[in-house]
Design a protein around this ligand. Structure first.
Ligand SMILES: Cc1ncc(COP(=O)(O)O)c(C=O)c1O
Length: 381
């Protein structure tokens, strides 16, 4: 028996594992965990096979395939008028999670403070803990989930090293406006504070709105690391392929950690993704594709007692269940899956100090048939 002490505080089983097991046990429709239940593009599938057959099966360069980084730099420079250098300012990672982990490990030291907006995606807190830093949580709550930038300003101390933002936001489905980015830019101006901008849902933005990336704000971009996920964009969450974009002096240190962590990531997928990205329509059509699903599900629930909270981005939508039940969100989710056969995700586990809002998260990245079956079950409550 080997003695060891965990570097992480006891966090228990993740809510995703709990709800997915319950979904299985009850043979329920799983609108909990965030992954598409439909196929990826046949063209992309063929490209993957093609590059495996062509023998692109050996180590890729440490920062990623150069031609893929060039394609990505063109994508962002066209979108935001930026001047991202593919050689020095983009790194391909094993999913956004590894990009986030690497960025926090690269820059956050013991006793530094990291400001996070809660509810927060679940990998931020454990990574901050591994860096022996202190998370400073700013909760936002139902129904508007607005970030109070004065509150963010008030939390800044000499120890603040990083602010993590997630835009569009999982689990709340909100997007930041230009005013938000400008407020953030003002807060960190001339300060030694880094922004980690988790933009994995950059293309999942609805109702004709534009994604506000940190990359579109030159002053902010100078102090930011932006993180993306091919898994989210191309319906392939199991591929765990992502990338980070940051100014050269920051990217140097990110790569310093990256090379001793994974060195380089999957080679044939990088060739396939580069080829696939040559047609921007593959991601430009995503807002229309997912907005139709959001609206289909919401319309199908119109006679139900669940009340929608507007989803402006991501493939998630929160629904308020207070007309149905007084249970806590965790107990309500357990009841819903066991009694009505639909799995959701409660929101309180995304807050470090809990939360009492009566809302749960549904994932609408599902086949239309799955969404309609779930809506029928929910409408019967
Ligand atoms: C907000 C957010 N960030 C990061 C990730 C992780 O992305 P990846 O699967 O590429 O590691 C997810 C996945 O659910 C997410 O929702």
């Amino acid at each position: 028996m080997i003695n060891y002490s965990s570097k992480l505080p006891p966090l228990g089983t993740s809510i995703f594992a709990v709800m997915s097991k319950l979904a299985k046990d009850h043979d329920a429709i799983n609108l909990g965990q965030g992954f598409p239940d439909f196929e990826i593009s046949p063209k992309l599938k063929n490209l993957v096979s093609k590059y495996v057959q062509e023998g692109k099966n050996q180590y890729a360069p440490m920062p990623g395939l150069h031609q893929l980084r060039e394609t990505l730099s063109k994508k962002y420079n066209t979108a935001y008028g930026s001047n991202i250098n593919p050689g020095k300012e983009i790194t391909i990672h094993s999913g956004a999670t590894q990009a986030i982990f690497t960025t926090i490990m690269a820059f956050v030291n013991q006793n530094d403070e990291v400001i996070i907006i809660e509810p927060a995606y679940d990998c931020y807190l454990p990574t901050i803990a591994l860096a022996k830093a202190k998370p400073i949580s700013i909760p936002v709550t139902a129904p508007h989930y607005k970030i109070d930038w004065d509150q963010v300003q008030d939390k800044i101390t000499n120890n603040t090293k990083m602010i993590i933002i997630n835009n569009p936001h999982n689990p709340i489905g909100k997007i930041l406006a230009s005013e938000d980015l400008l407020a953030l830019q003002e807060i960190v101006k001339d300060k030694n504070i880094l922004i980690l901008s988790d933009e994995v849902y950059e293309h999942l933005i609805y109702d004709g709105k534009q994604h506000q990336s940190v990359l579109a704000y030159p002053q902010l971009a100078e102090q930011s690391v932006a993180v993306y996920s091919f898994g989210k964009t191309f319906h392939a969450t199991g591929w765990k392929m992502g990338y980070s974009i940051a100014p050269e002096h920051l990217m140097k240190e990110i790569r310093n950690i990256h090379q001793w962590n994974v060195f380089s990531v999957n080679s044939f997928l990088q060739y396939a993704l580069d080829d696939f990205l040559q047609d921007p329509e593959e991601y430009h059509q995503l807002p229309q594709f997912y907005q139709r699903k959001r609206d289909l599900f919401q319309e199908a629930l119109s006679q139900c007692k669940l009340r929608p909270i507007h989803s402006a981005g991501t493939y998630f939508q929160l629904y308020d269940y207070s007309e149905i039940s007084d249970l806590t969100d965790i107990n309500f989710s357990k009841w819903l899956v066991s009694e009505h056969g639909v799995a959701t995700i409660p929101i309180s586990p995304f807050y470090s100090n809990g939360n009492t809002d009566k809302v749960v998260r549904f994932c609408f990245a599902k086949d239309d048939r799955t969404l309609m079956l779930a809506a029928n079950k929910l409408s019967a409550i």
